[in-house]
Design a protein around this ligand. Structure first.
Ligand SMILES: C[S@@+](CC[C@H](N)C(=O)[O-])C[C@H]1O[C@@H](n2cnc3c(N)ncnc32)[C@H](O)[C@@H]1O
Length: 232
């Protein structure tokens, strides 16, 4: 995969705010500078990820996309990021397509998926079998008819635990040259509402305004985040 990033052969040659570090069998994001937090990995078998799958927010996420007894919808996660919501949905039994336009993140997702497919944890392998990656801008893609479209474009607000804030601020740095901004959000909304999907689910910070002027069919409110559900 062409990453379009300048290559630094060693730590002294690194410039910028965040680096993608590639090792023999691993890769991670590293925020640079004094006081920077530790590495950010995409690892579907990590203890943090396995703990997260049991979290209360997952139940809300599952209900938001329409998981119920005997029903596991196909989900198109148009803004996959670090793939955490995608993994939770796949673990709940949904088939999930992850679109991610930032090449470094798409590369991390792809290598994490390869590792998950041969994980020693049966539940991680099972979830990986239900995950697929589409690197690129979702607005160049068409969501399969009847799928649930999931959007989490959120950069503007601080939300959740210290760990979540750390990850989101690294993603923000990664997008420093091209912040999504309101125009980016509006083109995402226009594209989303033109898709032949059965439902659109938008993840927002608990108190954030709606992403669009359209009123949601219903909302699922959590402590840190909220899911706005548009049934079509
Ligand atoms: C807040 S993060 C998503 C976090 C994700 N829900 C998770 O659980 O890790 C938003 C991501 O959406 C991606 N994104 C924004 N607009 C996009 C677009 N038009 N196509 C594909 N990815 C996009 C950004 O690159 C960013 O990585």
């Amino acid at each position: 995969m062409a990453l379009g990033l300048p290559l630094a052969a060693n730590a002294d040659a690194v410039h910028g705010k965040v680096a993608l570090v590639v090792d023999v069998d691993d890769g991670w994001l590293q925020v640079l500078g004094p006081g920077a937090p530790g590495p950010i990995r995409v690892d579907f078998a990590s203890p943090a990820m396995l703990h997260r799958r049991k979290g209360g927010q997952n139940e809300l996420l599952g209900r938001a996309v329409g998981v119920r007894q005997g029903r596991r919808p196909g989900v198109f996660d148009a803004t996959a990021g670090l793939g955490r919501d995608s993994f939770v949905l796949a673990d709940l039994g949904c088939t999930v397509t992850m679109a991610e336009r930032t090449p470094a993140l798409a590369w991390l997702l792809g290598t994490a998926l390869e590792r998950a497919m041969v994980s020693g944890e049966a539940l991680v392998r099972a979830a990986a079998d239900r995950l697929a990656l589409w690197p690129g801008d979702c607005t160049t893609m068409t969501v399969p008819e009847g799928a649930v479209l999931y959007l989490d474009p959120m950069f503007e607000s601080q939300r959740g635990s210290a760990a979540v804030k750390k990850d989101l601020s690294a993603l923000r740095l990664l997008h420093g040259a091209e912040p999504p901004g309101e125009a980016g959000e509006q083109s995402l909304v226009q594209w989303a509402w033109a898709q032949p999907c059965s439902r659109i689910v938008v993840k927002r910070a608990a108190k954030a305004p709606l992403l669009t002027r359209n009123a949601p069919s219903h909302q699922l409110q959590g402590k840190a985040v909220r899911f706005d559900v548009y049934v079509r």
